[in-house]
Write a protein of this length. Structure first.
Lengths: 161, 578
């Protein structure tokens, strides 16, 4: 069954590591939904957080292949675990009219999103939250006319060690 | 010291005695250091692909890391096939390429190519050296990575300013620091225990071993296991020679061109123990129809191989030598049973045969047979790719590991001659015979000059059937004899459609291989009659230096058995003689 998997790849911060990971996935025919390369508390270590839509078997193979890269320290597929905090960030531009404005602002308030810019015809907001919350926010705003948005892709961290 | 001097010092520290390669603009500083050193023998090949395969052949024959040094741009791109070939067969080589000066990288400078980008997916690891300061640790890592775990090629790209850069307090590092690279060598004890239990309980166990046995130098441990348990065994192309071909329970090579006995055993076993193999599609055919009655155990040093193609019930990640040693201790002795007799009967029922007496022209199998009989016992056989490769696999009597070198995974025509050259340089004193087809030999034919000039005593056997025989065989069997572009004798006057050789064929094969020998000032021989085969082989093998021995063989001979591509083992074509 194809489902979403979030994979955290902990790597040594070396030149070209992102290209190695992206190249490996492309070479073996796997699709990346999103990828983030983020510095960590250790300047020599980066975390690359990948979201892929694949079957469990494929993800097992992806995990093993990623582990094989010399610069990979650790690979964790967190999809079936609950002791992880997952967050995503979005900036969104919504078209507004005099009639829709208050309704849109209501939604912004309910979701605890933060307005960044307000103009006569559009509103820009930012929101951080679980991926599901962001999906829902987008869905509810759709009828008002989303002009543009950019999502960060997933961030994740363990709760315990 | 400058970067070039550091590089050569690093090579000496790593125990490198031979480098294969070709100079060019950005590596002149390195060649200038080579000019002054006597500790490294440099073999100037005639093409960088030849240099890469030579390093590969050297590594396969000796077990040491092979090294190749080339210039940037075309020099670097010419190594690509050789690197991919080494990757597929897990051969430890380090390919050092020059690069344009750091400041010019990315400007499409003269002879600039993105070597790190190009080799990323075909090497175990690669480096672009950014500064002379990091050169020593990179070289240390490159050799360490190439030879440890599952071995493989490592590419190191060195910009010319790094070669010229000065490092004041240079010391070659003793250790590497690679937090992400820790190959597992000792297998999990519980899994090994489970495997031993499964062997003790199995009625129809079968060992299926490959190149991993050769790489891990585990022939001794494998033999111990076989001696203790009498389990029937099939060995892949890459593993041939792990045990002698005449070992009593050896059933031959499995797969597309495997023996009937090996393939039938795969189909009917109830426990399949894969060791140092990767369940290649040339072995399994359609996976869902492969070894359907068997519990599958898989021992491999590369965790990513386990479950990649076939999901084993008993996975063991570890070095074949270590795991087999533990396994031998734990299995109960087993005596040949009904299953052994069964596999034995297949061997008798479906022998690998040919009938030279029934043929007026030389049969390729006969030549291999005679090579096997006349070659000294410690001979190293190197092959190219195609029909001759399969005949060499089957009809040569393999005696020991690292003595049958062949391009298995990538199937690289043109591998044979340069790889044989590398093997001969790495194993002086041992006879090295390169067996090729008339197609393959032409792909790196320039290396005869390298052999001749350096007196590298490779004995080349060319089985000339005037076709790209393996492709022609597929065309005959599955494409209605449409011999499209597979006849190497074909000239522009030939009719547009041709279903095989006849009276109107052109009189000459081009090129004349004996004249190629002559042009390289080495002895060349040709046999066209069966009665001439022994004389040519004796004369050729008796020469001190390199020779070419051409055998004009039957054009339309096929390799059998054959499992048609994409078909299960049950669809096997046994061959004409059965």
């Amino acid at each position: 069954m194809i489902e979403k998997h979030t994979i955290i790849v902990t790597v040594t911060n070396r030149v070209g590591i992102l290209a190695r990971i992206a190249g490996l996935l492309a070479q073996r025919g796997y699709n990346i939904e999103s990828a983030i390369a983020a510095p960590t508390e250790d300047p020599d270590v980066y975390k690359i957080i990948l979201v892929v839509m694949e079957t469990d078997e494929h993800v097992e193979q992806i995990t093993k292949q990623l582990n094989k890269l010399i610069d990979t320290i650790k690979v964790t597929d967190i999809s079936h675990r609950d002791n992880y905090i997952v967050r995503e960030y979005i900036i969104l531009k919504i078209g507004i009219t005099a009639r829709s404005r208050s309704e849109v602002l209501d939604l912004v308030r309910v979701f605890e999103a933060r307005p960044i810019d307000l103009a006569t015809d559009h509103l820009i907001v930012e929101l951080t939250g679980h991926v599901r919350k962001i999906d829902r926010f987008i869905e509810l705003l759709k009828p008002f006319g989303i002009k543009e948005f950019v999502r960060s892709g997933e961030f994740a961290m363990t709760e315990y060690n | 010291m400058n970067g070039a001097e550091i590089l050569i010092d690093a090579l000496i520290n790593e125990g490198v005695d031979t480098v294969f390669g070709y100079p060019g603009g950005v590596v002149i500083p390195i060649f200038d250091v080579l000019y002054r050193t006597e500790k490294i023998k440099f073999i100037l090949t005639r093409h960088e692909q030849g240099a890469t395969h030579a390093a590969d052949g050297y590594a396969r024959a000796t077990g040491k890391v092979g090294v190749c040094l080339v210039t940037s741009g075309p020099g670097a791109t010419n190594t690509i096939t050789g690197i991919a070939n080494a990757k597929m067969d897990s051969v430890p080589i380090v390919v050092i390429s020059g690069q344009v000066a750091s400041a010019n990288i990315g400007t499409d400078a003269f002879q600039e190519t993105d070597m790190v980008g190009l080799t990323r997916s075909i090497c175990k690891h690669n480096y672009l050296v950014k500064s002379v300061e990091e050169l020593p640790s990179i070289l240390k890592e490159a050799f360490f990575i190439a030879r440890t775990g599952r071995p493989g090629p490592v590419a190191v790209d060195i910009p010319v300013n790094v070669s010229n850069g000065i490092l004041e307090d240079y010391q070659y590092p003793q250790d590497v620091s690679l937090p992400g690279y820790k190959p597992v060598t000792n297998g999990n004890q519980k899994q090994i225990e489970r495997l031993a239990q499964a062997i003790n309980e199995a009625k129809r166990p079968l060992l299926y071993t490959g190149g991993g046995i050769v790489i891990a130098e585990a022939s001794r441990e494998l033999t111990d296991l076989l001696d203790k348990t009498s389990i029937p065994i099939v060995i892949t192309l890459m593993g041939l020679g792990s045990i002698p071909s005449d070992y009593p329970t050896f059933l031959g090579m499995p797969g597309m061109h495997g023996t009937m006995a090996a393939n039938l055993a795969l189909t009917e076993c109830d426990l399949l123990i894969g060791v140092g193999v990767r369940f290649d599609d040339r072995i399994t055919g359609p996976r869902e129809l492969f070894a359907t009655q068997a519990t599958i155990a898989h021992i491999d040093i590369d965790p990513a191989e386990i479950g990649k193609i076939v999901k084993p019930q008993i996975p063991v990640v570890g070095d074949a030598k270590q795991v087999l040693r533990e396994l031998v201790k734990r299995v109960s002795p087993r005596r040949p049973n009904e299953w052994n007799r069964h596999t034995e009967s297949w061997k008798c029922q479906f022998p690998m045969t040919y009938d030279q007496n029934a043929e007026p022209c030389i049969l390729p199998q006969y030549v291999i047979d005679r090579v096997s009989a006349l070659a000294p016992p410690d001979t190293i056989i190197v092959t190219d790719v195609g029909q001759h490769q399969m005949w060499a696999a089957h009809f040569y009597q393999h005696k020991k590991p690292r003595a049958f070198l062949t391009s298995g995974g990538l199937g690289t025509m043109g591998f044979g001659l340069p790889a044989a050259m590398g093997a001969a340089v790495g194993r002086p004193g041992q006879t090295v015979i390169s067996i090729s087809g008339d197609g393959s030999i032409q792909m790196n034919i320039q290396e005869f000059a390298t052999c001749a000039i350096n007196n590298i005593p490779v004995k080349t056997v060319i089985l000339n059937n005037s076709y790209l025989g393996m492709v022609r065989q597929w065309q005959e069997l599955f494409w209605d004899e449409h011999y499209s572009q597979t006849c190497l004798k074909r000239v522009s006057d030939c009719p547009p459609v041709c279903a095989g050789p006849g009276a109107n064929c052109p009189p000459h094969y081009i090129p004349d291989f004996v004249k190629i020998a002559e042009a390289n000032r080495i002895p060349g021989y040709r046999a066209t009659q069966p009665s001439e085969v022994d004389a040519v082989l004796k004369e050729g093998l008796g020469q001190p230096g390199p020779v070419i021995m051409e055998f004009v063989v039957k054009s339309l001979e096929n390799v059998y058995p054959m499992i048609p591509p994409g078909k299960p083992i049950s669809a096997i074509i046994p061959g004409r003689s059965v």
